[in-house]
Write a protein that binds this ligand. Structure first.
Ligand SMILES: Cc1ncc(C[n+]2csc(CCOP(=O)(O)OP(=O)(O)O)c2C)c(N)n1
Ligand code: SF4
Ligand SMILES: [Mg+2]
Length: 294
C-alpha cells in the first residue's frame, strides 16, 4: 500500500445477506491495504465476503491467527517483507475458539493485521450465542422462554483483553464511520506491515440484520445508535496512547437501540437499566482515559 493507493481488491457480488455490514468491513479493509496482501478467513460469515483479487486462505474455525503466523513466516522466508498478512475473523473465532491462537500470535509479536467482525453470535451456523452476545440477548441457544430469557451472563470486553498483550494497535470501529475505520487500517499497515512492530487488532461491530432481527435498510442507523448510546465505544490505543474517537456530549437511552432489534426487544426496563449502568461506568472510565491520554 502506498498512501496514494486505492485499488479494488474485493469484487462483487457477495454471498452475504442483504444489508450485511461484514461485507463493508472486509471490503474497506482490503481495498485500503491493496493487492500486496494475503487474507486468512476462518469458518464464519466472512466466507461470503465475495471474490478477491488476492491470495485468500480459508482456515479452520480455531486457528486463523496460527495459520496467518505461518503465512507471515513463509513470506518472510521468501523475502516478501512488505506484504500485509490479514485475518478477518468472526467473534466466535476471536473471543471463543480462536482466542488461544490469537493470544499466542499477539504475544509473539507476529506481523498480522487482525480484524474481528463482531456480529455478537455464531451467525453462519444458525445464530448460536458467543462470548460477545449481550446479556439477556436472544439467540437459538439462549432462547427467550418462560424460565430463562436469553443469555444469562455478560459478554467479554475483547479489545481490553487484546490491550493486555501490549500490541502496537488496538482499535474499535463502526461501519457508520468508514473514514475512521480506514484511518485505523492505515495505522495498522504502518505499524505492523511497514515498521514490523507486531500484531494490530481492529474490532468492528458487524450489525447483522439476520441475527439481530431488524430490517436491512436500518443498518447504518443501528450502527450509529450503538455508538451514540455507549453500547459500542469507538476508540484507539496506538502504541499505548489512548483516544476516544467519537464522543457524544450525552449518551442516548439504550432502550432506543434495544427496541430496534428483535433479539433485544424483550428486555425488561430493569434489565435495560442494569445494562446501561455497566455501559455508563465503562464510558466514564473511557472518558478518563481519553483525558489522560493512556
Ligand atoms: C471446531 C469447530 N467447531 C464448530 C465448527 C462449526 N462452525 C463453523 S463457523 C462457526 C461459527 C462462527 O461464528 P463467528 O466466528 O462468530 O462467525 P460468524 O458466522 O458469526 O460470522 C461454527 C460453530 C467448526 N467449523 N469447527
Ligand atoms: S448472518 Fe449476519 S453477518 Fe452473516 S452474512 Fe447474514 S447479515 Fe451478514
Ligand atoms: Mg459472529
Amino acid at each position: 500500500m502506498s498512501s496514494q493507493t486505492v485499488e479494488r481488491v474485493t469484487v462483487p457480488p457477495t454471498g452475504a445477506c442483504q444489508g450485511c455490514a461484514m461485507v463493508l468491513i472486509a471490503r474497506h479493509a482490503l481495498d485500503t491495504l491493496g493487492r500486496n496482501s494475503v487474507v486468512t478467513i476462518p469458518a464464519s460469515c466472512g466466507a461470503w465476503s465475495g471474490a478477491m483479487l488476492i491470495d485468500r486462505g480459508p482456515t479452520q474455525f480455531p486457528s486463523a491467527a496460527a495459520a496467518a503466523s505461518g503465512v507471515a513466516a513463509g513470506l518472510r522466508a521468501a523475502g516478501h517483507k512488505d506484504t500485509n498478512v490479514v485475518v478477518i475473523a468472526g467473534d466466535g473465532g476471536t473471543y471463543d475458539i480462536g482466542l488461544q491462537a490469537l493470544s499466542g500470535a499477539a504475544e509473539r509479536g507476529e506481523k498480522i493485521i487482525y480484524i474481528c467482525q463482531n456480529n455478537q453470535a455464531y451467525m453462519n451456523t444458525g445464530i448460536q450465542r458467543s462470548g460477545a452476545t449481550p446479556r439477556w440477548g436472544w439467540t437459538t441457544t439462549t432462547p427467550v422462554g418462560s424460565v430463562i430469557k436469553g443469555k444469562t451472563v455478560w459478554p467479554k470486553i475483547m479489545p481490553e483483553i487484546m490491550e493486555a498483550h501490549h500490541i502496537p494497535l488496538v482499535a474499535t470501529a463502526s461501519i457508520h464511520n468508514i473514514p475512521d475505520y480506514k484511518r485505523k487500517i492505515k495505522i495498522a499497515y504502518e505499524l505492523t506491515t511497514k515498521q514490523g512492530k507486531g500484531l494490530s487488532y481492529i474490532e468492528v461491530l458487524n450489525t447483522c440484520p439476520t441475527g439481530w432481527r431488524y430490517s436491512p435498510e436500518k443498518m447504518v442507523a443501528i450502527a450509529r445508535l450503538a455508538v451514540e448510546t455507549g453500547f459500542w465505544p469507538v476508540y484507539e490505543v496506538v502504541e499505548g496512547k489512548f483516544k476516544l474517537n467519537i464522543k457524544p456530549k450525552e449518551l442516548k437511552p439504550l432502550k432506543e437501540f434495544y427496541q430496534m432489534q428483535g433479539r433485544l426487544r424483550h428486555l425488561t426496563d430493569e434489565q435495560i437499566a442494569e445494562t446501561e449502568k455497566l455501559i455508563h461506568s465503562r464510558w466514564e472510565r473511557l472518558l478518563e482515559r481519553d483525558q489522560r491520554g493512556y
